[in-house]
Design a protein around this ligand. Structure first.
Ligand SMILES: [Zn+2]
Length: 125
């Protein structure tokens, strides 16, 4: 299923460009065009769905996670991060479900390099 004005649906259908790393029947993997890290890949189901739907689809999420882990081990031998953003507080920028793989550099602790100060205080207790 393709959704109007969805960048990931446009990439999957070929109407928007991307550098693909992998394509199969269920999902595609392409480079994130932000290029903040040496390895910054997006694993995206071909069918438009929400993050919650993808994370609740037992066969699909299992395949995506296993594939992401294989990519991480192969492309980032010194370590990597696999994650999804959910909603406004999670800084989700695309409605189309996806996993992200970051690596090729020391990523720091959490997204901004350190947890919020109140969490840091709780960790010291
Ligand atoms: Zn979509």
């Amino acid at each position: 299923m393709r959704v109007e004005n969805c960048v990931f649906c446009e990439i999957i259908s070929g109407t928007s460009p991307a550098n693909f790393y992998h394509k199969d029947e269920q999902f595609v993997v392409f480079e994130n065009n932000l290029h903040w890290y040496k390895v910054q890949l997006l694993l995206v189901p071909k069918n438009h769905m929400s993050q919650h739907k993808m994370w609740s689809s037992s066969g699909l999420i299992e395949e995506l996670c296993m594939f992401a882990n294989d990519i991480g081990k192969r492309e980032c031998p010194d370590g990597y991060r696999i994650f999804s953003n959910f909603g406004d507080h999670g800084m989700q920028s695309q409605s189309h479900a996806h996993l992200q793989i970051l690596g090729g550099a020391r990523l720091g602790l959490y997204v901004n390099g350190r947890p919020p100060s109140n969490v840091s205080e709780n960790m010291q207790q």
